[in-house]
Design a protein around this ligand. Structure first.
Ligand code: NAG
Ligand code: NAG
Ligand code: NAG
Ligand code: NAG
Ligand code: NAG
Ligand code: NAG
Ligand code: NAG
Ligand code: NAG
Ligand code: NAG
Ligand code: NAG
Length: 511
């Protein structure tokens, strides 16, 4: 409900209370999409998981604070990680680690098919580490309420702490396996991809290479065009048809107008078939679909939390341009929502905005996006957007953050710590072994590294690609460009490993 009020409000200053467009704190992982559809009674987690996803769940006693010797800092918590060692070639064979992002690690484990498919070929061990404050890895006794009770409890939720956690788990695991020389390749998508790239930069002695998929490391404050996220979305729709773009642009005022009268509300209720007549959440429901369809603009039908046809942006525009329920704007939008929410045909009624958070993402991401991961690339909406415009105003945004978290945001800390300015020259001189994949349909690609930096810091860019499409399980219907990207990634990783073993061999000959 908060989302809706903010959506219709012209004042942006209270916007941080919400999570949608007006909230400005959109979690980068598409999995954070809230559910607006109901009716088939299925749990969102029930999306089919390929049968090869089998792992062992383990817990590691992790230090609460890696960077202080204060008495309060020596607390610990149980950090979850998932392992599959079936393919592992032993001691010197690679360990493929997934850098958990803002949610239940199982979700990423179950959707990162690339690692499952690469493991046999590389004789790699698979390890998926959960990010602190998400899933089960909650400090303060594993109790979510306590972990998010106040800023002195949530204050240990930072990217630097999370990377230090990963380092400790990896070192401990390798020590326990007496596999100190096993090379580690880190994978991540979205925020996890940002972590993967940053970890390769900060912990080169622990991580030998990183596959950073759809990682908007340039989407942060000061580095990005604050309108770029929503401009990319608008261009996606415009690329399908100018008419579709125009209908979407004009739909907000039509829906608002209808919402303002009894007759209009009844018509909306009838047209949309809203559960419980919940017409007030139509705008946020539409907003949700228009944001996430471009991220999930995958070339084959997908079933990541919701069933979507191949290229859902094209299908949405087709529905708008060739409506079946009526030629007026509201009917066209209804047909578009059918593509997004009802492609299975099983939806009895459109549910309103849900407050559900099945993968435990919102409390943590809300905190992170206000304290340090200030991803301004999604905080403004330009006048030519398919969404109603929102001028970018960092002052307002930061004030709202201070009010909601109680701690002053640090809008430049991430760049100070990880870099970002002049990144090409900096990484050319100091870095190596990173793959940056981006699909240009994905709005987060506007904050990605889109040009190769050196012969081992390689950008792979696909005009038709969606959000970390490369990491998904392969599929017989995958287009050639996607197969090629994955082959290329495999080859690059193989090159890194070859180089690694060759360096180690030379080293041992010299000693
Ligand atoms: C690891 O994954 C493979 C492939 O799906 C599976 O056959 C094996 O049982 C899994 N191993 C463990 C320990 O779960
Ligand atoms: C930290 O260590 C001190 C000294 O051993 C102990 O008194 C204190 O309870 C510990 N704090 C936590 C949070 O475990
Ligand atoms: C992930 O897959 C496992 C094994 O198939 C399943 O038990 C679990 O519920 C799935 N979790 C999520 C969040 O999809
Ligand atoms: C978590 O802590 C809260 C507040 O102390 C308490 O009410 C709740 O029962 C706890 N939950 C669990 C699962 O222990
Ligand atoms: C390594 O072994 C120690 C001792 O059994 C254990 O406490 C620790 O959790 C293990 N490390 C990992 C990453 O599981
Ligand atoms: C919406 O429609 C349903 C049935 O289609 C009806 O039961 C409900 O009363 C309507 N609500 C409003 C607010 O019009
Ligand atoms: C939309 O208008 C066209 C042309 O006037 C007409 O042929 C078509 O039947 C209308 N579609 C609907 C769903 O009303
Ligand atoms: C979903 O699609 C089915 C099949 O076309 C249809 O019967 C049903 O009414 C649709 N649900 C909604 C909420 O429009
Ligand atoms: C949008 O248009 C308004 C009014 O014309 C103008 O003041 C504002 O600067 C424009 N915003 C952007 C982001 O271009
Ligand atoms: C941002 O908003 C504040 C008030 O909320 C206002 O004083 C300031 O001028 C705005 N800045 C810009 C660049 O519009």
């Amino acid at each position: 409900m908060a989302i809706l009020l903010l959506f219709l409000s012209s004042s942006f200053c209270h916007a941080v209370a919400g999570v949608g467009v007006r909230g400005g704190r959109l979690p980068p992982t598409l999995a954070t999409r809230r559910q607006y559809a109901a009716g088939d009674g299925q749990s969102v987690a029930a999306a089919a998981v390929p049968s090869q996803v089998k792992y062992e769940t383990r817990y590691f006693t992790q230090r609460l604070d890696h960077f202080n010797a204060l008495p309060a800092s020596n607390g610990t918590f149980q950090q979850r990680y998932l392992v599959n060692g079936t393919f592992w070639g032993g001691k010197a064979a690679p360990v493929f680690v997934y850098a958990g992002n803002e949610g239940d690690v199982e979700l990423f484990t179950n959707n990162t098919g690339f690692m499952w498919e690469a493991a046999p070929r590389f004789r790699a061990m698979l390890v998926f580490i959960e990010h602190r404050y998400y899933g089960e890895s909650l400090p303060f006794g594993g109790n979510r309420t306590t972990a998010f009770a106040d800023s002195s409890a949530t204050g240990y939720l930072t990217t630097t702490q999370a990377l230090a956690d990963f380092a400790e788990v990896i070192l401990s695991l390798k020590a326990n396996l007496t596999a100190c020389k096993a090379p580690v390749v880190l994978f991540g998508g979205s925020y996890g991809g940002m972590l993967a790239a940053w970890m390769r930069i900060k912990y080169p002695h622990i991580v030998m290479g990183a596959v950073a998929s759809s990682a908007p490391i340039l989407g942060l404050n000061g580095l990005s065009d604050p309108y770029s996220f929503f401009d990319t979305i608008s261009n996606d729709f415009k690329s399908e048809s100018k008419h579709c773009y125009d209908v979407l642009r004009n739909s907000w005022s039509e829906i608002d107008k209808a919402l303002s009268t009894h007759a209009g509300r009844a018509r909306l209720n009838h047209t949309f078939n809203m559960c419980k007549g919940n017409v007030d959440s139509i705008p946020s429901m539409v907003e949700n679909a228009l944001i996430y369809a471009p991220m999930m603009d995958y070339p084959t039908p997908s079933n990541f939390l919701t069933s979507l046809p191949a290229y859902p942006v094209r299908e949405i525009c087709r529905a708008i341009d060739h409506p079946t329920s009526g030629n007026d704007t509201v009917s066209r939008i209804k047909d578009a929502m059918t593509i997004y929410y009802n492609s299975t045909g099983k939806l009895a009624c459109f549910a309103g905005a849900g407050d559900d958070d099945p993968f435990g993402m919102f409390p943590g991401w809300t905190w992170q996006a206000c304290t340090e991961v200030i991803m301004t690339m999604s905080y403004g909406i330009s006048n030519s957007s398919v969404f109603p415009p929102v001028p970018f105003n960092l002052t307002d945004y930061l004030a709202g953050c201070l009010a909601s978290t109680g701690v002053p945001p640090r809008p430049h800390w991430i760049e100070a710590y990880f870099g970002g300015y002049d990144i090409r020259n900096v990484l050319k001189r100091s870095g190596s072994n990173i793959i940056f994949f981006n699909g240009l349909r994905d709005p987060w690609s506007a904050g990605g590294i889109l040009k190769s930096i050196s012969n081992s810091i390689i950008a792979l860019v696909e005009p038709k690609g969606g959000h970390h499409v490369d990491l998904r399980f392969s599929n017989e219907e995958d287009p050639e460009w996607l197969k090629k990207v994955r082959r290329k990634e495999m080859r690059i990783i193989a090159d890194w490993l070859k180089q690694y073993y060759s360096d180690e061999a030379i080293d041992s000959m010299m000693n």
